[in-house]
Design a protein. Structure first.
Lengths: 192, 368
């Protein structure tokens, strides 16, 4: 992977112009181009779009073209009851000051979806964390290397069915029931 | 031959120039950094996992610990997300007090951050002074909330109790004192030839690059983009308070430091304005007691402008006593990994601490 550095930044020519498409207009635009999507206006400044994960890249590219160029976050939620993993892409427009949540779902078994880091650069780190904590694979992301968990061999720990106590017993030999119910009391007497 | 030209050093977590608990693997050619890789995880406490097993109110004790220098934004964003899902209206007085607390927190964080920059340059008088002033702000927090560093004062629905009667007078006195000190910080730090030589032109970034890479807060305003969530997506009482959004054009180390220095002045202005306009009435909405507190199913992403950038909480409830999932978006998650890895390349080793400090990276919010 070639290192792109600050030397590539041209500090002389600055031409950033924020886009002014509002949330409502952006949702209308998305709906007109991809009519099968479920779009919902939550308030004048917030909207959400439910997409199939295979076309989320297309939706995000369009949103970015419409001025939603700040990638605020990528959240991952383990919907264990529905046997699904949900990904929520949060994008924000500096021009119209609106927030759109793009939600997509993956099967819980071997979840995998294409990276969006070429559209929104900050996603590179969010995807790296989600790969480790939820086990979601993002083909195309060059930085899915070890992030926070060192020498981790257990299942992804943020999944709802990860049993923290069983893991602690197995790896550290201590269970909650072994812990004293009361903290040890200081000894009475003349010890100093 | 290439192998003999470069050296890899591990910078941190035990290093006087590192900002918190993370490390950097730097590949050097002579004094120049050619490749940087950030190593977080030294302070991972699995807060997001812990929060799923604690009641909505127990989590108030956890969230401020995510960012040590600027803890109140966590309580505020977490509470705002819950309030939005529940449809709770915070009383006006509660919102005003929240704004004061958030600005005090920003003030303390900026003072500490500027002091850190002084330390990285070798100008040790500045951290002594600014941390001394920060201590007066911590005294104010202690008088208001009972805690110096972590306050657990902002609750879903408002703030936990009203200000003590003489607290506003004390706060104004501290504000007068800090404001009187600001010119001497300016001449000590910004008029120093060393600061000029070290910070001017240091790792400049443009607005497009910053937006592309997810840079937010003072670092983005230092490139000339006038954005501030306090004004763009108003929360607490900011809509009714007077302040200017500080922007500078250069986008270099000096601009990043100056934006913070000017913002200290703006925070003082906001606190005075809020105390002056303080409405009467209750400070917290009527809510069920903590153990019977239930949040209906729903989700909301609440974000606030912290001293370091955008701080967001995405809270998901499936109904009941516990959150189903809480995702914390800290500004350092982008600033401290991807952005820093790029900004450090082709910089001198001596500037590494200065660039990291200038971005005001706070590793605990990467780790969480």
């Amino acid at each position: 992977m070639k290192e792109d550095t600050l030397s590539d930044v041209d500090t002389k020519s600055e031409n950033y112009v924020p886009g002014h498409t509002t949330v409502q207009e952006a949702l209308g635009y998305i709906n007109a181009h991809l009519p099968d999507l479920k779009v919902k206006l939550l308030s004048s400044k917030r909207g959400e779009i439910l997409v199939e994960h295979s076309i989320k890249g297309e939706v995000l590219t369009r949103l970015k073209e419409e001025g939603f160029d700040h990638f605020a976050a990528l959240s991952c939620i383990d919907m264990i009851d529905d046997d699904r993993i949900q990904l929520v892409y949060h994008v924000w427009s500096y021009g119209s000051k609106g927030h759109i949540l793009v939600k997509t779902e993956l099967p819980r078994k071997d979840p995998s979806t294409d990276t969006v880091y070429r559209i929104y650069r900050p996603a590179i780190t969010y995807e790296r964390e989600i790969k480790e904590m939820f086990g979601v694979d993002f083909p195309g992301n060059p930085r899915l290397t070890q992030f926070i968990l060192e020498d981790w061999e257990g299942p992804p720990p943020m999944l709802k069915d990860f049993d923290t106590e069983a893991y602690a017993v197995e790896h550290f030999g201590i269970a909650r029931r072994d812990l004293p119910s009361k903290p040890p009391q200081p000894k009475k007497g003349g010890e100093s | 031959m290439d192998d003999f030209r470069s050296t890899e050093i591990i910078f941190g977590p035990q290093h006087p120039g590192i900002h918190g608990n993370f490390a950097m693997r730097l590949e050097l050619e002579g004094d120049m950094v050619r490749r940087a890789r950030l190593v977080p995880g030294y302070l991972h406490r699995a807060f997001e996992k812990l929060m799923e097993r604690r009641t909505w109110h127990q989590n108030i004790a956890l969230v401020p610990r995510i960012c040590v220098p600027d803890p109140d934004v966590n309580e505020a964003a977490y509470s705002m997300a819950i309030e939005n899902i529940m449809g709770l209206e915070v009383p006006r007085r509660g919102n005003y007090i929240r704004s004061i607390v958030l600005e005090l927190s920003r003030l303390a964080a900026h003072l500490m951050g500027l002091g850190g920059l002084g330390g990285a340059i070798g100008l040790y008088t500045l951290p002594m002074w600014t941390n001394g002033e920060r201590d007066y702000v911590l005294d104010l927090f202690e008088a208001l909330t009972g805690g110096r560093v972590y306050h657990m004062y902002t609750w879903p629905g408002g703030v936990r109790w009203d200000m003590p009667e003489n607290w506003p007078r004390k706060a104004l006195k501290v504000m007068d004192h800090i404001e009187a000190q600001l010119p001497s910080y300016y001449s000590l730090f910004f008029e120093s030839k060393v600061t000029d030589a070290r910070l001017k032109g240091l790792a400049p970034i443009t607005t497009s690059w910053a937006v592309e890479h997810g840079v937010t807060g003072p670092n983005l305003r230092a490139t000339g983009l006038e954005v501030d969530l306090r004004r763009d997506d108003p929360y607490a009482a900011y809509e009714e308070l007077d302040f200017d959004v500080i922007t500078l054009k250069q986008g270099d180390g000096m601009a990043r430091a100056l934006v913070r220095w000017y913002e200290v002045g703006q925070s003082i202005r906001i606190i005075r304005d809020a105390i002056e306009k303080m409405p009467g009435g209750p400070v917290i909405a009527k809510t069920p007691p903590p153990l019977a507190f239930m949040v209906p199913p729903g989700d909301h992403y609440a974000h606030v402008e912290s001293s370091k950038g955008e701080y967001g909480y995405y809270v998901i409830s499936k109904g009941g006593k516990y959150p189903y999932r809480v995702h914390v978006r800290g500004p350092s998650f982008t600033h401290g990994i991807d952005v820093l890895e790029k900004m450090l390349v082709n910089q001198e080793l001596a500037d590494v601490a200065l660039i990291t400090g200038g971005l005001d990276v706070c590793p605990p919010d990467i780790d969480r």
